[in-house]
Design a protein around this ligand. Structure first.
Ligand code: PGA
Length: 301
């Protein structure tokens, strides 16, 4: 009974969300048709982002009060010399503490939030709560949530739209598995993930989205994508954005690379024209390494 009840509520929720999104899309598609007339010109014009280099630290489900306070102290005492935006994502229970400890330029992010308005969703945190707690960013669609928690492309799209509408900016993660790469499907997978987001959001919404390209095979494995491999996908993503969203968005949107970024490989990766920042997991728990990675922004083009 209970299961049936909750399914019905969830279905109602999704039907409602889809209807709203469809209506929004219908209106925005009409204006997109006009923009598409110049599409082929813009495809060739897709180029590196004009936005500020942005480095995220995804602390995942790691740390304790003690280790996190130490990490904040190291980050605060490290010298950020580059022009860079920095976003640290501690575990939910520590965000408030971290936010009160970290000094600018550090900002904070949540690692996830619920797909809609809060309510009877045990264990979840709503975008309204993040907004209320002055948490400006949320990471959505991380591959660990896709693979371990069953989040689909469509679900990530809906979450992205809901967070943005609530006033929380989104780091939206995409990326292929090793099997998908080996089958030659890297771009196809990334584009499907992007399409599900683009289906839900308006052109204007992209101002508040950072795309994080994180090949699953490079996450936490120590096996970093070569700068060329990363650049190829980033350029492909930007071209896709130009063709499917708009040239203006493609030229502004920031695309982070994530997957075994560390203090030793960041400078070389940062030089690639379409790499506009990093999303860092393991190395973000080492304050000195993370400061070095943030400062690699000085090498960006
Ligand atoms: P990693 O993780 O840097 O430990 O590979 C990156 C991420 O999952 O965001």
């Amino acid at each position: 009974m209970r299961k049936g009840l909750s399914n019905t509520r969830t279905e109602q929720f999704f039907t409602q969300s889809r209807r709203t999104i469809y209506n929004n899309k219908y209106n925005s598609k009409r204006s997109a048709t006009n923009n598409n007339k110049n599409k082929s010109f813009y495809v060739n014009a897709a180029k590196a982002s004009s936005g500020k280099f942005v480095v995220g630290g995804n602390w995942k489900c790691n740390g304790s009060i003690e280790s996190i306070e130490k990490l904040c102290a190291t980050l605060n005492s490290g010298k950020i010399t580059a022009d860079v935006e920095i976003i640290c994502a501690p575990p939910m229970v520590y965000i408030d503490r971290v936010q009160s400890k970290l000094k600018p330029p550090y900002q904070v992010a949540a690692q996830n939030c619920w797909v809609g308005k809060g309510g009877a969703f045990t264990g979840e945190v709503s975008a309204e709560m993040l907004k209320d707690a002055n948490i400006p960013w949320v990471i959505l669609g991380h591959s660990e949530r896709r693979s371990l928690c069953g989040e689909t492309n469509e679900f990530v799209g809906l979450k992205t739209k809901y967070a943005l509408d609530t006033g929380v900016k989104v780091v939206a993660c995409i990326g292929e598995s090793l099997a998908q790469r080996e089958a030659g499907n890297t771009l196809k997978v990334c584009f499907a993930q992007l399409q599900a987001i683009a289906d839900c959001v308006s052109e204007k919404d992209w101002d508040n989205i950072i795309i994080a390209y994180e090949p699953v095979w490079a996450i936490g494995t120590g096996k970093v994508a070569t700068p060329e491999q990363a650049q190829d996908v980033h350029a492909g993503v930007r071209k896709w954005m130009s063709e499917n969203v708009s040239a203006v968005v493609a030229s502004k949107v920031r695309i982070q690379y994530g997957g075994s970024v560390n203090a030793g490989n960041c400078d070389e990766l940062a030089q690639k024209p379409d790499i506009d920042g990093f999303l860092v997991g393991g190395a973000s728990l080492d304050g000195d390494a993370f400061v070095k990675i943030c400062n690699s922004a000085a090498h960006s083009k």
